[in-house]
Ligand binder design. Sequence first.
Ligand code: FAD
Length: 403
Amino acid sequence: MGHKTTILERNTAPLLHDQGAGIVFGGHSLELLERYNRCQRQVAVRSERRQYLDKEGNIVHTVDADQNMSSWDLTYFLLRANYDGITSPYCDDVPPPDPHHGISVHLHDRTVTVVVEDGDGVCVSWKCTSDPSRTGTLTANRLIGADGPSSFIRSLFTSSVERKYAGYCALRGTVVEHEVSTETHSTFANRFTFYHGPGIQILAYLIPGLHGTVEPGQRLINFVYYTNFPEDSPELNEILTDRNGRRHHITMPPGLIDPSAWKHQQDIARERLPPQFAEVVCKAKRPFVQAVTDVLSPANEFLGGKVVLIGDALAGFRPHTVASTSQAAFDAMNYADYVAGKVGRDEWVRQTMGYARFIQKRGVDMGERSQHQRLSLQEYIRDRDEASVPIRHEEFPEWATAV
Ligand SMILES: Cc1cc2nc3c(=O)[nH]c(=O)nc-3n(C[C@H](O)[C@H](O)[C@H](O)COP(=O)(O)OP(=O)(O)OC[C@H]3O[C@@H](n4cnc5c(N)ncnc54)[C@H](O)[C@@H]3O)c2cc1C
C-alpha cells in the first residue's frame, strides 16, 4: 500500500475469462477482502455443514461447520475492482481510488521473458503475447513472481524444480441449482458434501452464480470429481484431448472438452457415484479438467530479496487442501507486512515457507490416501477434519519453517 505497482499479465484479453470454478474461501482469503475490499456486496455463499454420502446417496456422516464458498470469477472481479477500478456486473459500486493506496497499473498481453539484476532492483523484459515482435522493459525495486504453478520466474532461479503429474485429474463443473431435481438440490443446498469410493473422491458445494449472484435458485452447484488416469494412459490422453484434437498438458478449459470423452465419463459417473453426484456430473454444461500436479520451490526469495515468489508459483497445492487461494492471499498480506516493516525478514520467510511446505505435503498425503489407498470412510473424514482447522491455528512444524 502506498507503492507504485505494475502487473504484467500474459493473457491477451484485458479481463481474464471465467474459469467456471468454485473456491472454498479459507480464512486468509476472507481476511484479504476484509483488509482491502471496498465493494459493498456479498462475497460468498455459506455452507453450514460438511456431510458424507454412501453409494446409494444416503447421508452417513455430518459435521456442523461454517464455511464460505465463492467463485473464481467473483473473486477475480472483486480484486480487479479494488486494484484498478474495473467496473463489472460483479461489482458496479467501485469506489474511487484512495490516494494513500499508491498507483496500480494492469497491463495485459505482456509475457515476461527475461529478468536481470539492475542496480538496487531488477529489469524485467516482456514481449506481447499476441505479437512477439513488440517488446519492452520495465525496471522495478522488487519483482513479485505470482505467475502460477508453471512459474516462468521460478524457472529462472530454480531450473531443476519440476511440476509433476500426480496420477489423477479433477473433473469439474457447475449446474444452476434450479436445474437439478428437488432431491439433489436438498442434498447440496448449504452443505459441503463428499463421497469416497475406490480411486474416487467427489465433493460439491454451492457457489455464487452468474455475475456473482447469491440469489437462491440462481446459485451454482459446483463439483470437483477426482478420478485416476495413469500417466501416459489412453484414458488420460482421451480426457485431455479437446474437441479439435489438441492435447492439453494440464488444464482442459471449459467449452473445449471432446463430447465423446465427456460422455464416457458421464457413463462411468452413473455407474460409480451416488445418484445426486451422478446427476450434477451429467447435467454440467461446460465441464473442464485439471490434471492434479505437485510443485514446490525450495525458496521464496532470490537475488537477495529483489525477486519474490508467492501463491501457486511458490507452491502448487493439490486441490484437496482447499488452500491455494488462501495461500496466495496469505503470501500477499505477509509480504505487504514485511515491506511495511511490521514483520522481520526471518519471520516473513519462516511463515511463508512454513505455509507452502506444510500444506503442500498435506495435499500430497491427502491425495495419495484418497486416490491410491483403500481406507475406511472414518480415515477420509479425519483427513478432511484436519484440513479444515483454520490455518491461523496451525503450528507449522520445524521442518516446514526451517530457513
Ligand atoms: C481452473 C482452475 C481452478 C481452480 N480452482 C481452485 C479452487 O477451487 N480453489 C482454490 O483455492 N484455488 C483454485 N485454483 C487456484 C487458484 O486460482 C489460485 O491458487 C489463485 O488464483 C492464486 O494463484 P496465483 O495468482 O498464484 O496464480 P494464477 O491464478 O495461476 O495466476 C498466474 C497468472 O500469471 C500469468 N502468467 C504466467 N506466466 C506469465 C508470464 N511469463 N508473463 C506474464 N504473465 C504470466 C497467468 O496468465 C496467470 O494469469 C484454480 C485454478 C484454476 C486454473
